[in-house]
Design a binder for this molecule. Sequence first.
Ligand code: ACO
Ligand code: ZN
Length: 471
Amino acid sequence: MTDDTDERETICDSAASLVEGCRLPVRMAGGNDWPLAEIVSIKEIRESRFFYVHYIDFNKRLDEWVTEERLDTRKVQFPRRDGPAQGTGVSTPKKLGLGAGMGGGSVPSRPSSPVAAELVNGSAVLAAALHKKMSRKRKGVSLESEAGEARGGAEAAGAEARPESQEALPRSTGSMVAHHDDVVTRMKNVEMIMLGRHRIRPWYFSPYPQMVHLPCIYICEFCLKYRKSLKCLEMHLAKCNLRHPPGNEIYRKGSISFFEIDGRKNKVYAQNLCLLAKLFLDHKTLYYDTDPFLFYVMTDFDARGFHIVGYFSKEKESTEDYNVACILTMPPYQRKGYGKLLIEFSYELSKFEGKTGSPEKPLSDLGLLSYRSYWAHTILDFLICAKPTGDFESPQITINEICEQTSIKKEDVISTLQNLNLINYYKGQYIITLNHELITSHSRAMEKRATRIDPKCLHWTPKDWSKRAKW
Ligand code: ACO
Ligand code: ZN
């Protein structure tokens, strides 16, 4: 803690004087840890006050509403008059959300990109949409300002648009852009979703139109349309014929399939997928212009149909060599290896394209962990399998060869080798040294990866989108 914050610490007898922006120790759910938290919002229900808190050193998915008993009002830092209390917590290093009180490894977090631009509504929507159509290559139509308010059509028809000031925005990314942390979008707005057999608690804000203050949003697991009640969903299911995502099934092995969905041809599905994904993706703002993207949805098949496990989006054309824009494993399927399977598939597509690729930045904490793990596995596998050539005792491999074989971009190969501490300088040149311990732990990790992508099962030809008049 800095001197600066000490000055502002005050003993405060009751929670009555607490305001938004105050920082104080708060007991985390399910444990007896009291990390420092910031009050994001306060509400009063039947004379009781509830506080929405963000734990400073933790990921936002742990943010929650708490009652007074969970606040330690003996050490309060009041917000400064000249601005909010030291940032919003988004730029501090976060611990992983491993569940209350369990902490976890600290990973570097990114500042959220500044997003300027006021949002307009009403007839301006049409004007902006027209403008977008005319001047589009890389602009989005955003629903961010809806902030969970009841506006727009039930099937995401009521998109709001950013006006000309959009020009100043960072470009859209996988139908989402890095976003500005305003107070509404900082708070979770959906309590629960029902998706197929799963009930899932969302992690972050998502601007589902007309779905405010509901205990649960009911989502059709096949077409991703959403309803306010179970009854409405049942009515939908009686009519909905889909038992798999729209688009082409381009991969199938065992029960795992991948469907390729064009964001222009299947706009409503793509928009609904983005709305669903936003519930678990913090660092992106939802964009409704899905045209420039392809969506690769991974499913698990059983007698009832092809159930969505996760997806990634990919720009049809990426000037920065991104091969993934956004990636998500649905929470019930997480930590079972599906994330790495999605990543493996994205690199398989890059191999078919004859390119190297990299995920779009910034990565989330869990995204970084998964990519680091995938890169390490893939590069180590390649190095361990490499054979010596010619008169040399050990294999002679260049970084470029690793890139060509794995489709992993050069900077990611280098950062992985550095992270694994494999690069040494020896007799005037850089060499990679692998020790037995590493090789053993690598083979153990690979044994755990039971399901792998089989390139023989991929039926796909890359399209050259630059040669097309229109996406
Ligand atoms: N805590 C600690 N480690 C974790 C956690 C967690 N909560 N979740 C995953 N990991 C680790 C796993 O242990 C594994 O590492 P290992 O191979 O060394 O054991 C690695 O991350 C990958 O695990 P998988 O089971 O293959 O991945 P998963 O199916 O859980 O999916 C993903 C990973 C996609 C990042 C998932 O956590 C997710 O959807 N998160 C929410 C959305 C998100 O953050 N997406 C990435 C954004 S960045 C971008 O879009 C480009
Ligand atoms: Zn449906």
